[in-house]
Write a protein of this length. Sequence first.
Length: 123
Amino acid sequence: MGNETNGKKVAKLNHTGESCSKVAIVNWLFVRSRGADVRLMILRKLRESPMNINQLSKELNLDYKTVKHHLTVLSKYGFVSRVENRYGSPYYLTDEVFKHWDELIKFISEYKPLKLDENGKYP
């Protein structure tokens, strides 16, 4: 797995040969920080379909500014991107996140219990 997507650093998710900082980024973004649950909810929604901030805020029943903040954080670390940086432009998961979704969920679940979906699987 490469460590850059669109010129942004992306944390690798396996434990072999990883620097502590990459593991620490994923750990902070999705496990230890107060916004970890919100960021994971955003990723799950974007995995279903690209959405803009307004759509995400309605889908997740969250404040627009809260969603915007978390998307900015996720974008900074290369987990989400958008085609254009204009109002209303949709965000989407980067190819690396899509490609390594199962690894990401497994990594997070090692540190934090995740809720199963209606089919008994991790979303």
